[in-house]
Design a protein around this ligand. Structure first.
Ligand code: PLP
Length: 466
């Protein structure tokens, strides 16, 4: 039936059954659906090369999600492995607290300052995206405390935003189901509406919708009081919340409202950074904003090692960097802030991105991916195909005209992903959505193969729902 049977890789000396059992008995997976896990356990991914990953049984798949929106330069880059090994052998770890540093952390900070918008010249390292967002909010509060504005505490975020799962970043996250039966720090965060063009009020133009969102934002600020609000945080394109691209001009207008109200503007570029939209940073290049802070992770090291970073403006640094006196220090940071092996991985990753001109590949091939995925719109369940460049998603619906969703129990996203994986492509199900966020080295040929698989997977899903 299918023309895309996964091919095999040489057997690995791994005991599949034993590992499966060890995992099932002892590993609590992030974001696990236990109704499935208790029955099926894990799938072990053991090998990877370029745009492919393989499971322990030797089945090979095209990676349609770059690991988890992160393996931007693709898999199996031995030069990144070598850079990490060299650093681990020379000096695997030492503190960066106080005035201690290491060579890769220093060099990477300078490189990030060079790549980022001109006013962002200071880097605070974290362990990933959640800790970048978490650390940012602590720094923002500290900033306003030091300025003598201690009431500025509230953070404005957006419904359906994803900013991570530390206590504070989970509170910034606005995807309701993510926090079911978890607690959140509601006194610190207020959520405004996300920009969802597909589900905007019937008959409203894009411009009018943008006006409506900006007005809601201004009204929210007025009701809380700007003196009580520290910052607004937004993903340039909302990722896990449904790959939502805002109306033209939205971000610049939201930033202008922030500026007028002495509210800091934080861009969470954990997904959109490092090439996914064709630029190292999309805030300025694509969305015409100059955030006070940009947070990055994922593509920063292409997932070869855990790393996040908060890029801070000169204006903020002037205040953060003022000596505390009385023996006080900037008491925030992690044992692994500026980890030498992670920073070495990031430096090599950036070298590859630059040397292979990967951002240019995304700018050239991205529109082809958008068009190819849009060609799937004829399927009965495909309500919307949206996104930009290498950050795409399909929204599945029960009825295209009314945009009504299928019942959750239909697990439509899971079905499509399952059918695709059977045919050799891994994409990500998120409720009724399917995310396609591939390594940035996908070529037109890879896209043709992946979209042909998706075409079959969607047809099979439609058939299975009848
Ligand atoms: N911010 C955004 C926009 C993300 O998509 C993610 C993860 O998907 C995070 C933050 C959290 O990053 P991490 O999982 O590295 O903590």
């Amino acid at each position: 039936m299918t023309t895309h049977t996964p091919s095999s890789v040489p057997n690995q000396p791994l005991d599949a059954q034993r590992l499966w059992r060890q995992d099932k008995d002892h590993f609590i997976h992030p974001f696990t659906d236990f109704s499935v896990f208790h029955e099926k356990g894990c799938e072990l991914i053991t090998d990877s090369e370029g745009v492919f990953v393989s499971d322990i049984h030797g089945n090979r798949f095209i990676d349609g999600i770059a690991g988890l929106w992160c393996v931007n330069v693709g898999h199996g880059r031995s030069e990144i492995g070598q850079a990490m090994a060299d650093q681990a052998t020379r000096m695997a770890y030492f503190s960066t607290f106080n005035n201690l540093s290491n060579a890769p952390a220093a060099a990477l900070a300078a490189k990030l300052a060079e790549l980022a918008p001109a006013h962002l010249n200071h880097v605070f390292y974290t362990c990933g995206g959640s800790t970048a967002n978490d650390a940012t909010i602590r720094l923002v509060h500290y900033y306003f405390n030091r300025l003598g504005k201690p009431t500025k505490k509230r953070i404005l975020s957006r419904r359906n935003a994803y900013h991570g799962t530390t206590y504070l970043s989970a509170s910034l996250t606005g995807i309701e189901s993510n926090n079911w039966e978890f607690d959140t720090l509601d006194h610190l965060v207020t959520h405004v509406s996300e920009a969802n063009l597909y589900r905007r009020p019937e008959g409203m133009s894009e411009d009018a919708y943008c006006d409506h969102l900006v007005k809601e934002f201004e009204d929210t600020i007025a009701s809380i009081g700007a003196d009580n609000i520290a910052a607004f945080i937004a993903e340039p394109i909302m990722g896990a919340g449904g790959v939502l691209v805002a109306p033209d001009g939205y971000h610049a207008r939201m930033q202008a409202v922030c500026r007028a109200n002495d509210i800091l503007y934080i861009a969470d570029e954990v997904v959109t950074g490092f090439g996914r939209l064709g630029h190292f940073f999309s805030s300025e290049a694509v969305f015409d904003t100059q955030p006070d802070i940009i947070n990055v992770a994922k593509g920063l090291s292409s997932g070869y090692a855990p790393l996040g970073a908060t890029l801070i403006s000169d204006k903020l640094y002037e205040v953060l960097g003022t000596p505390q006196g009385k023996g006080g220090v900037l008491s925030t940071g992690f044992t692994y802030s500026g980890h030498p092996v992670s920073c070495a991985a990031a430096l090599k990753n950036i070298e590859i991105l630059e040397r292979e001109n990967i951002c240019a590949n995304v700018r050239q091939v991205g529109p082809y991916l958008e068009q190819a995925l849009k060609s799937l719109s004829h399927h009965a369940t495909v309500g919307d195909v949206r996104g930009s460049h290498f950050m795409m998603c399909i929204e599945n619906v029960a009825d295209k005209a009314t945009k009504e969703l299928l019942p959750l129990e239909a697990r439509v996203g899971d079905r499509v992903a399952f059918e695709a994986q059977k045919r050799g492509l891994i994409i990500r199900p998120v409720g009724h959505l399917n995310v396609v966020s591939p390594p940035l080295i996908w070529t037109r040929e890879t896209i043709d193969t992946a979209v042909a698989i998706l075409d079959e997977a969607l047809a099979a899903t439609t058939a299975s729902l009848q």
